[in-house]
Design a binder for this molecule. Structure first.
Ligand SMILES: Cc1cc2nc3c(=O)[nH]c(=O)nc-3n(C[C@H](O)[C@H](O)[C@H](O)COP(=O)(O)OP(=O)(O)OC[C@H]3O[C@@H](n4cnc5c(N)ncnc54)[C@H](O)[C@@H]3O)c2cc1C
Length: 698
């Protein structure tokens, strides 16, 4: 009999952002001005737990909801009680505030232990069920880190479950397809990526929810080891508004204009759109190589940066060129010159900072290689390109950690892509990707060689593996970075830090984050965000075999079925026409996508291919090999036409580097309209035939 502990979170409602939610001076979002709601994916996780209880015919199974947050987070627990939860626990304590993912996962895991002991009679047959990620943090790191703290298997990105032969079999999303797996032993953590059968509250349920006790615990009740700001391993050092999209986002009101745009976009050179999101930061130079020690690639709050500038200007005015020229008298002079601006303590910190020239972290810059059936994932090459740039500025080497079975054949390609050293962990038990076994291999290599930076792809595999690895080696991790730069940070003179910039709060703000209390700085980046460097076949690399002992117990999952897209699809074509769930049926997909492909091929001398969203593939409109996106194929076509596609981040990642994006969607508020160049509001059934005719008449 399985019980269920469902993790829920109260989050700001990023779907209802009004103008007054932004600070007029800084342009950043003020979180307190947004309404608070239950994280949508957590409602799906709750419904999923209820579904698991139902399909296993287990009336006695308990569902216990757990949240961590301020007292007002009680609201989300009442939501759970009114639907299906039997008991709810609120973990609330000021000491828990300001936590990053490590300092969130840790107390939650300790609370899970206490729930199991006190409410589940130490029953080891339970599932921790979580939403894949929350809309505010958006990292997907907390559930795998909870699994790591509790030493449990983690099944991420679950979309379905069946109860067969006394156990659950889960369908989950993987790169390139889907997989059916079961946990080898329980308990286990699962993260729900999609379960679209919401639970509704009954009148009786709502009344009961408001009468039932919400159990409250503080940290003294659970004795977690990493909590709050102190226990966090990352710190936000700057928040700023996101840059404007470089896409045109122009609405067209008739199909004749749309036909013209399709033809002209294909013929013109519109390469700039594709360059969105790339970091343009100047190359970092170590302090000892700079013309002046007072020159710092300084990053911090705007006030800190301004203070620093005031100090260097004052030093200039006083004619001071070297740190050892700053004696007590000069300090006094500087202080009186800048007194209005900052205090003695801040000045001391900055002056002491000048004496530091050694980077705060030491070691190589590593990339965790992702691969499948002897093929390296393209995102790994992109990360090596970035690692090369970072390592060159730090005068360090690039290492690649390659764990698997019989992987030697991939080492050459990794070297030509930019790696100096390849750390190979080779074992039969690593043949098929298992998160726990792979984590053991990589964590062991990291804690042996201690690279200063570790980069991992933000693919479904990497977004599960990296949090487990980082938690296991006790290091901070930043998810889905769009910018990775080396900078000196803080007035205390931290030299050569990896500054990790990422979108937060549903892309409404950008945050720059640094690692703290860690030996390695770890980050993930989404596929397509970084650029690979041209391969250099003359490069020579070193292979270092790193031995790790594995037993069958290190493998946590039974893989029952894997479905990967195969087929002859030419995604190098210049034009891709994709159909989404909005095309409604396989017949419509054939007719509409087919007709537009034909219409365009008659007009333009171009290679044209059909694409699809993941939802369209799941609906059976077209074979999986046609899927575009994070877990499908990333494309770089000249023209991308999206029919009935909403514009989910996982889809748009795959088309970020296309030159022109055109969208047709019946919803005037479709998110894709903010991420494309031209769009038409209308149904595909209506617009596409008219568009084909307009193309003919052009
Ligand atoms: C880990 C993970 C990986 C993923 N990887 C991918 C991936 O690689 N690729 C991918 O595509 N998705 C991926 N997804 C799924 C993604 O989150 C979205 O669910 C998916 O992209 C939605 O597809 P869609 O836009 O076709 O469907 P929906 O989001 O359902 O949108 C359908 C759209 O069609 C419009 N519409 C409806 N009727 C009509 C009509 N008659 N005419 C015109 N418009 C109409 C609607 O307004 C809506 O905007 C992934 C998800 C996860 C969790």
């Amino acid at each position: 009999m399985s019980d269920y502990i469902v993790l829920v979170k109260q989050v700001p409602d990023v779907s209802q952002i009004t103008d007054n939610a932004f600070d007029p001076e800084t342009g950043t979002l003020i979180r307190t001005r947004l309404a608070s709601v239950i994280n949508e994916l957590d409602t799906q996780a709750l419904a999923f737990a209820n579904y698991m209880r139902r399909i296993s015919n287990d009336d006695k199974a308990k569902i216990i909801a757990l949240t961590m947050g301020p007292p007002m987070a009680e609201e989300v627990l009442r939501y759970c009680l009114s639907r299906c939860a039997d008991k709810v626990v609120l973990l609330t304590d000021r000491a828990l505030g300001g936590a990053d993912t490590v300092a969130t996962a840790n107390p939650l895991a300790f609370a899970v232990r206490k729930i199991v002991k006190e409410f589940l009679n130490n029953n080891g047959d339970y599932f921790v069920v979580c939403g894949m990620q929350s809309v505010d943090g958006d990292t997907a790191q907390v559930p795998p880190q909870i699994a790591e703290e509790l030493s449990l298997p983690c099944i991420a990105y679950v979309t379905g479950a069946e109860f067969k032969n006394g156990r659950f079999e889960f369908t989950r999303i993987i790169s390139g397809g889907s997989q059916v797996v079961a946990a080898k032993k329980l308990p286990a953590v699962i993260t729900v990526a999609k379960y679209e059968y919401p639970l509704f509250a009954t009148f009786f349920g709502t009344r009961w929810a408001y009468k039932t006790e919400v159990i409250q615990w503080g940290n003294d009740d659970i004795n977690a080891t990493h909590i709050g700001v102190q226990g966090s391993k990352t710190a936000v050092i700057r928040v700023f508004p996101p840059g404007k999209s470089t896409r045109k986002c122009e609405q067209l009101s008739n199909v004749n204009d749309l036909a013209k745009v399709l033809v002209e976009s294909f013929k013109s050179d519109n390469g700039d759109s594709a360059k969105a999101g790339q970091s343009q930061a100047a190359r970092y130079v170590l302090p000892t190589r700079r013309a002046s020690l007072f020159e710092r690639n300084f990053e911090g709050t705007i006030k800190e940066q301004q203070d620093y500038k005031v100090l260097t200007n004052t030093l200039n005015e006083l004619g001071i060129k070297k740190v050892n020229e700053i004696d007590d008298v000069t300090r006094k002079k500087i202080l009186s010159a800048v007194e209005e601006r900052f205090h003695k303590r801040a000045l001391e910190d900055m002056i002491n900072g000048f004496t530091l020239t050694e980077p705060a972290f030491k070691g190589e810059v590593w990339v965790i290689a992702e691969h499948n059936e002897g093929e390296v994932h393209p995102a790994t090459f992109e990360l090596i390109g970035k690692a090369r740039e970072l390592a060159d500025s730090l005068e360090a080497k690039v290492g690649v950690c390659l764990a698997g079975y019989d992987v030697e054949s991939m080492t050459k390609e990794l070297t030509t892509a930019g790696a100096d050293n390849i750390y190979v962990v080779d074992d039969k038990l690593l043949k098929v990707f298992d998160p726990t076994a792979r984590r053991k291999a990589i964590a062991d290599a990291i804690s042996t060689y201690w690279p200063q930076i570790v980069l991992c792809a933000a693919t479904p595999q990497g977004r599960m593996l990296a949090p487990m690895v980082s938690y296991s080696v006790g290091c901070g991790l930043t998810a889905d970075c769009t910018g990775l730069d080396i900078r000196d940070s803080s007035r205390r003179g931290d030299i050569g830090l990896l500054l990790q910039t990422r979108p937060a709060l549903g892309g409404n703000v950008m945050a720059t984050i640094r690692t703290k209390n860690s030996r390695s700085q770890m980050a993930t980046a989404r596929p397509g965000v970084l650029k690979r460097i041209p391969p250099d076949p003359s490069r020579q690399g070193k292979i270092i075999n790193h031995k790790v002992e594995f037993t069958e117990d290190d493998v946590s999952l039974k893989i029952l079925k894997t479905e990967l897209g195969t087929g002859d699809v030419n995604f190098d074509a210049e034009i891709i026409v994709s159909g989404g769930k909005g095309v409604q049926s396989r017949d419509n997909y054939e007719q509409l996508v087919g007709a537009l492909c034909n219409g365009l091929s008659k007009k333009l001398d171009a290679q044209i291919e059909r694409g699809a969203s993941r939802a369209a593939v799941e609906q059976g409109f077209v074979e999986r090999a046609h899927q575009v996106g994070q877990t499908g194929t990333s494309i770089v076509s000249k023209l991308y036409v999206a029919l009935g596609i909403s514009g989910a981040i996982q889809h748009m990642i795959g088309v970020a580097n296309t030159e022109t994006i055109v969208a047709i969607n019946s919803d005037p508020n479709a998110p894709i309209f903010k991420q494309c160049d031209y769009y038409v509001v209308g149904t595909v059934e209506d617009v596409v035939p008219k568009l084909v005719q307009a193309l003919e008449e052009l």
